[in-house]
Design a protein around this ligand. Sequence first.
Ligand code: BES
Ligand code: ZN
Length: 575
Amino acid sequence: MRPDPHSYADAAQPQTQSIDLDLRADFQDQVLHGEITLRFRSPGGGPFDLDTRDLQIQSVASLDGAPLPFTLAAPEPILGSRLRVDLPHGSRGLRIRYRTSPQATALQWLAPSQTAGDQPFLYSQSQPIHARSLAPLQDTPRIRVSVGSARFTVPARLRTLMAAAPRGREPAGAEAVDLFEMPQPIPPYLLAFAVGDLVQRPLSPRSAVWAEPAVAAAAAHELAGVEAMMLAAERLFGPYEWDRYDVLVMPRSFPYGGMENPRLTFVTPSILAGDRSLVNVIAHELAHAWTGNLVTNASADDFWLNEGFTVYAERRILEALEGRESAEMHAAAGLHELRTALDRFAAHPERTRLRNDLRGVDPDEAYSTVPYEKGYLLLRKLEETAGRAAWDGFLREYLAAFRFQSIVTQQFLDFLEQRLPGLAGRAGALEYIDGPGLPPSAPLPRSRRLEQLRTGAAEPANPTELLVLLQSIAPGAARLREMDARWGLSSRRSLELRHTFVVLQLRAGVEGAVEAARQLLLATGRMKYLRPLYTELLRCDRAAAERIFAEARGGYHNIARAVVEGLLKGDPPKG
Ligand code: BES
Ligand code: ZN
């Protein structure tokens, strides 16, 4: 029985409880030489299936070293290759020696020129189903694992950071071994590490930012408010359960805004706007420490349980720190993005439900803003229907009841019915969960400021206001020139503003817009910016889109490269 459509893990077979990892990074060949030990929750035997992708399996042995027979199946397009091991009766675990491929989808090996410094860099991105290209695993969030020990052998001038507790460093000639442990059980998509020339700047007794030396000062300035965010989040959602909260500022090719790796959020350097205007990304990744990392979606079918709850939590944190108007502005911008996505999915209404059936669908392809913003609207609807006090009480109970568990949407609904009987019915929750589009009863975040901005009754007072204004208008070339002169849009450090502006310039056919787009597409690998820029470029100048991609692709992560290739091939656009 395989309950997760994206994993070979079989519910009738032993379940992994903890792993030990021993990895040696070979920057020359761009491979990891690995050994993983899996220990089971309870002893078992017979066929045991693991997920792998592009791994070379060298040997499989029992915990006491006896070789075990195994077969590696031919690769399936989405799932990868099933590794089936024949376990003797009463097995408590197994040990596998393997090596990764230079094409491993979870890894990006960067040359010094692709970093902010002069050393190579390596990092992993496991969500949603890339951990299997790092190590053979039961790569489903239904099965949580702790990490007894992780050892990374790396060149001595580099250091490893893992989303785990550090346990020291041992010299090993020209190399060094960095040691870690992850006592809290996590879904495999949260396994994460980075190797590079990294330094630390403290933010508070339990928080620090890590970055390449050239960006460390800017990072510390931008993230000075992290402790205040943690305190606000704890007041809302209960104690922070992961000891430390550190942030790692990644090289520019990092494909996401942020990734909620436990104890160590990874963020794009594009949030370093200089004015702290993009720290909602940190509020979001921090909020995942409760929603997602503590209570986890059981598979990609229930992804909204991670992201919808986290957007809701992110905006509650922002509201506590900056006030209702600021949170409302973000919500209004989110609604705008949701509407755009729903329009693009007009031909695939089934993709706009919160509860999905993604059998046969690559979760990276199903990715959109819908689980984020439609999920947010459902939770806000529940809050408004129940009243904030009752809803906040429920949220805390929900997080406490399912902490360190992985659940499906039905478990959330059952718990809701038990604690706040009738609420889901009154709020029309199933329309959001199993119905397409935006239910007519959905709350519509409204920001008086935003309306004033749109009608010209007010001038933007900060970068967020400027951004939502840009997102909600379609000015011609002359107006764009004026706006640029007024706000210096084309020379901003914030890529958030610049990419929005350049998309408008491309749409308006402004001279020089293609070159401005090229500059941005070379400066970042963040998919949130690549998608709209390439989409717009394709509409106005396909040859330029192809030329720029040929120039920039070497700097993109595998996942981002595949997304842009899809756009160029004319795959249906994603929200
Ligand atoms: N967990 C996601 C990133 C992700 C999702 C990676 C699916 C791989 C597969 C992360 O928490 C996220 O949502 N990041 C957003 C930032 C945010 C403020 C909405 C992003 O990257 O844009
Ligand atoms: Zn998220």
